[in-house]
Design a protein around this ligand. Structure first.
Ligand SMILES: C[S@@+](CC[C@H](N)C(=O)[O-])C[C@H]1O[C@@H](n2cnc3c(N)ncnc32)[C@H](O)[C@@H]1O
Length: 259
């Protein structure tokens, strides 16, 4: 079900050599110039995510499964928060570190290799956790959410962008996608005030991206070839998934039972 770090390493190495893929994603998703995304969160979606995170100068954001660090770095730039970025692909982490230097954010950004279920961060050490389009890759979603809960301070926030199956018994969809059920999984991991909202407008932007990717001659561009394979796969079952934004909090200190 899970994909390996080595597979993602190859995917990121191919992506480095493809300005075409990056330019296409940025244009169709309406992302800020220079933001390196390897997901499907649009510029408008990012604005909503930033508002939900409620970050201030000096807060610490964990961008979990951050890839090349694009969204976390943009959020650090806008909010002046400190950034911890974590991904299991060493190639992605190296690219994120380089990007932080180019954007002159290296003094506020710390990127490390780690697992969705085992971040290596101290308990209660971050103010907010963001997981963009990656939670479905966890070996165990409940374990990954418990790890988010562990590293968040009391009253901290989690924001997750993901997809859920419209019908979890739909066997056209991968098991990975069918296991996502945030309205149940977030409370079980100890989160409160859980909200899961459908985002049909985000889905429209995604569809436009996949459809346009198929119109471009990929030639020997490995990232475009891989994007086109994914486009065909995704469009074949596009109606089977809902796009969701989930937000939740850890209990505030007065809600945490004393030992
Ligand atoms: C679709 S990409 C999204 C990357 C980034 N969040 C973004 O939006 O640009 C999924 C990311 O999840 C990471 N990933 C997958 N499984 C993981 C795991 N078990 N632990 C940590 N990272 C993982 C991959 O390396 C990849 O960077």
């Amino acid at each position: 079900m899970a994909r390996s770090a080595e597979e993602f390493d190859r995917w990121y190495a191919d992506r480095t050599d493809s300005p075409v893929a990056d330019a296409l994603v940025r244009r169709v998703l309406g992302l800020p110039p220079g933001l390196q995304s390897t997901s499907l969160l649009s510029g408008a979606g990012l604005d909503e995510v930033v508002a939900e995170l409620g970050l201030r100068d000096g807060h610490v954001l964990l961008d979990l499964a951050c890839g090349r660090g694009g969204y976390g770095l943009e959020i650090a730039r806008r909010t002046r928060c400190r950034l911890a970025g974590l991904d299991f692909s060493p190639v992605a982490i190296e690219q994120a570190r380089r990007r932080a230097q180019v954007l002159e954010l290296a003094d506020r950004a710390d990127f490390r290799v780690g697992e969705l279920t085992e971040t290596g961060l101290r308990a209660a050490s971050v103010d907010a956790v963001l997981v963009v389009d990656s939670l479905q890759f966890a070996e165990s979603i409940p374990d990954a959410l418990r790890e988010c809960r562990r590293v968040l301070r009391a009253g901290g926030r989690i924001v997750v962008t993901c997809w859920e199956a419209s019908d979890p018994s739909d066997e056209r969809l991968s098991k990975r996608m069918r296991q996502v059920d945030l309205l149940s999984q977030l409370p079980l991991a100890g989160f409160v005030d859980v909200e899961v909202t459908d985002k049909p407008a985000w889905r429209v932007a995604e569809k436009a991206l996949w459809e346009e990717a198929l119109t471009i001659g990929a030639g020997d561009d490995l990232a475009m070839q891989s994007m086109q394979e994914e486009a065909q796969r995704v469009l074949a079952t596009f109606d089977g998934l809902r796009r969701v934004l989930a937000t939740a909090f850890t209990p505030s200190s007065d809600q945490v039972p004393s030992a």
